[in-house]
Design a protein around this ligand. Structure first.
Ligand code: WT7
Length: 573
């Protein structure tokens, strides 16, 4: 099989029978009819995801299967309803109102899911924080959003500078000890126990806020990408047609809810479609991946290229030890899916891996390979029915097949972000070409309409599918006493897609050494986030800068990759 040679459809009976037919007749208004609010006018995405099923035939069906090295728990839709109701009541008791921001800083655990849903049920806006964040990352997000309440654990609370966050009134603490319960700190367990499992749901407008994910650009602090309840329309239908979720499916999305994949497709999409959702917590190796698939009889599996490459590295013999026969459908997102990985998937899992493309800002999948469609390895696929994608030049002209340009989407669509919190200028930048959303990715389209990812237009780094802004890492680096200046780039890496590499000029009196590299790495890890710490550090006497003093990452990248440095006319002498 050559790269790009199509792979034929392997399974029958998919929800989406014909992509072409669906495109011709698609109408978002028809999709809405799946929801009760189409008749009642009352909207709440958490109600639609959980309570609607609890109140119908799925009351006793398992909604969540949670496992890690210490726990294994199952919750039915009815139990999910009651737990999230209790949490909603806890928030009401402390006076959380519609539109307030409430953050969740928890490792994957059932409590994370109960609280996240409970927040949405009372009409508040939930902000999930990835558990690997440390103080600076946590503070930036809580401060910018003006969060009034936070759910976290004792251990993670150490990374929250509560005294520097005047808006933060309440901390709901898991595992709290008696001595913790002061200054607005409540015990999660006690409050949940005391709270009623019946809740007066806050009905909202479909354009009211539901969730905020902070994400990185190439400049400035992370941005609060704001999504509304209306997004559920797209979470639902992409779950049906791209995830191919069907009655009785057991679905596993391996992403953490700290990232958008872990909420749009780890919470909303599967539950809006009424399927059983598997969550594996803690850290786990290749054996645990396969064990999870086998033990719970996972039928639909959504993961990322970096994970598939890791499993590929663990070898085909390991796969033979497990019964993966229930797995019907596999998908991948987050970074380019190597054709080589698709080949391995065909050989070892006897399944195609379906690549798809979207972003935090888009809220839901926009481009995909569909189960009923031939796939071309290396391509992200075709736009979802109801979505128009194009390759535009910088003036907004559509480019012909095979010409690389800006990957753009006709705006709006149901799950599109509705604002960047506190930063309208940033929001408007995405829409600088009238009528279009400009993704920041470059791509081309082939003559059959398939899209092919080429790269980022800006300096954003994608390491193991996690998006890291070089500016944030640079800002943290220069806080270290030894660092005078720092420039950070993504360096291509066979396993992680890219790794973070930092070029550092030291202050006078400091000398390059391996110990110093280690110390600086640990400084970023503990100050910002483990995944944001540079894996490689190179000391330089001087960094390339523009005359206005901006570090030229483009030149650093060219040095690293032995490429021509391009136009250096703005570089200082
Ligand atoms: C960026 C968005 C929401 C998905 C998880 C990441 C890159 C995403 C693909 C793909 C090549 C991809 C893009 C995009 N990306 N999917 N199938 N092929 N690149 O969300 O953290 O907002 O990152 O991830 O560069 O802009 P995110």
């Amino acid at each position: 099989m050559k790269q790009g040679e199509p792979i034929k459809v392997m399974t029958e009976g998919n929800n989406l029978k014909s992509y072409e037919e669906a495109r011709k007749n698609f109408d978002w208004k028809e999709v809405e009819k799946a929801f009760s609010w189409y008749e009642t006018g009352k909207v709440n995405a958490a109600y639609e995801a959980i309570d609607r099923h609890a109140e119908s035939g799925r009351r006793d069906q398992v909604a969540l299967i949670y496992s890690d090295n210490d726990r294994e728990e199952k919750y039915t839709f009815q139990q999910m309803k009651e737990q999230s109701n209790r949490f909603g009541n806890v928030l009401k008791k402390v006076g959380v109102n519609k539109g307030d921001r409430v953050f969740v800083f928890l490792p994957r655990s059932p409590e994370l899911y109960f609280s996240l849903l409970g927040i949405i049920k009372v009409g508040a806006i939930v902000g999930p924080l990835f558990e690997a964040f440390f103080e600076a990352a946590v503070k930036d997000r809580l401060e910018d959003s003006g969060a009034v309440a936070l759910v976290t654990t004792r251990e993670l609370l150490e990374r929250v500078p509560v005294d520097e966050l005047p808006d933060l009134k309440h901390v709901i603490l898991i595992g709290a000890e008696e001595s913790d319960l002061k200054d607005g700190v409540l015990s999660y367990e006690k409050e949940m126990e005391a709270a009623s499992p019946e809740l007066d749901i806050q009905w909202v407008d479909r354009e009211d806020g539901m969730i905020m994910h902070y994400t990185s650009g190439s400049t400035g602090k992370p941005k609060g990408v704001y999504h509304v309840h209306n997004a559920m329309i797209q979470h639902y239908i992409t779950g049906k047609w791209i995830l191919d979720l069907q009655e009785g499916d057991v679905y596993w999305c391996t992403a953490d809810p700290g990232w958008v994949t872990g909420t749009s497709y780890g919470i909303f999409s599967p539950w809006l479609n009424g399927v059983t959702n598997v969550v594996r917590g803690g850290r786990f190796g290749p054996e645990d991946w396969y064990e999870t698939l086998e033990k719970y009889g996972v039928t639909v599996w959504y993961s990322a290229p970096t994970a598939f490459r890791m499993l590929m590295g663990a070898g085909a013999d390991l796969v033979k030890k497990y019964d993966l026969s229930k797995v019907r459908h596999i998908m991948s997102v987050g970074e380019p899916l190597n054709p080589e990985v698709i080949r391995w998937g065909l050989e070892t899992y006897n399944r195609r891996i379906h690549d798809n493309w979207w972003m935090t800002e888009t809220g839901a999948i926009l481009i995909s390979n569909y189960p009923s469609m031939e796939i071309k390895p290396g391509s992200m696929g075709k736009p979802f029915p109801g979505i128009e994608a194009a390759i535009l030049d910088d003036e907004g002209n559509k480019l012909p097949p095979y010409q690389m340009g800006n990957l753009a989407i006709k705006a709006p669509w149901p799950a599109m972000m509705r604002k960047i919190w506190n930063n309208d200028a940033k929001y408007q930048e995405y829409f600088r070409i009238k009528g279009w959303y400009i993704s920041g990715d470059s791509a081309y389209q082939d003559e059959d309409g398939y899209f092919w990812f080429q790269g980022r237009i800006d300096d954003v780094i994608n390491t193991s599918g996690e998006r890291v802004g070089p500016f944030e890492v640079e800002s943290k680096l220069v806080e270290h006493p030894a660092v005078a200046e720092a420039g950070v780039i993504g360096k291509p890496d066979p396993l992680r897609g890219e790794i973070i590499k930092a070029f550092i000029a030291l202050r006078a009196g400091y000398h390059p050494s391996d110990e110093l590299k280690e110390e600086i790495r640990a400084f970023v890890k503990k100050g910002l986030a483990a995944h944001a710490a540079p894996r490689e550090i190179e000391f330089k006497d001087k960094l390339p800068k523009t005359r206005s003093g901006k570090i030229m990452r483009r030149v650093l990248k060219a040095w690293e990759l032995d490429l021509p440095t391009g136009d250096l006319s703005t570089m200082e002498g």
